[in-house]
Design a protein around this ligand. Sequence first.
Ligand code: SF4
Ligand code: FES
Length: 247
Amino acid sequence: MKVTFQIWRQDGPTDKGRLKDYEVDGLTEDMSFLEALDHLNELLVLKNEKVIAYEYDCREGICGQCGIFINGRAHGPHANMTTCQLHMRSFNDGDTIVVEPWRAQAFPVVKDLIVDRSALDRIIEQGGYISAKTGTAPEANSIPIGKDVADKAMDAAACIGCGACVATCKNASAALFTSAKINHLNSLPQGKPEQHRRVLEMTKQMAYEGFGHCTFTGACEVECPEGISIVNIAELNARILKARLLG
Ligand code: SF4
Ligand code: FES
């Protein structure tokens, strides 16, 4: 299988950056997309050229590190899939594949396809935790949680912090990410003590980091690899009102 990758090359945050063409032969449809990029990097090493910088960790759809734009779509052409889960069989022999980093003011490019997503970590730092007494873990069944609540919290907890929602949103809003993280903890009894402070502090940090406002276009939900629902954003808006009154 032979394709042409058009890949964004940028030496650092201040470099202007540009797309560069790479014709790559010797690929197979069973290779993952990242393995195809690995193969290209091996060829560049042999030619003594600078390798392409891209990020990954688990390669299993868990860590959220691998996000890139592929042919204008976050994480590539399929719904509910991270870049590392994408395979070359999703493309045809002879295709041209455009590969770019996330584009958002709050995610400055570090190098090539790697962006700095630490703004999401700083939102988490403002409330993505619970207070719990130290010592032996309490008996799990001593805090009864209904299945509907547990399911809702687990659905929100599925967010892997990849940033595709931000990169896809025309406003570069982090509302889907932030609402998922807040609803996960605020839905559960363990998250109640800090619930209002969590809402106010995490949304304040979100605005401070330069993410745009949510205008509820729903693009984030479509491109989220974990299928996080925009119902989370509606619920967060109600939580913000409540926190302002009671927090
Ligand atoms: S809400 Fe979805 S797209 Fe956004 S960071 Fe979480 S997993 Fe990624
Ligand atoms: S490398 Fe971990 S989600 Fe893709």
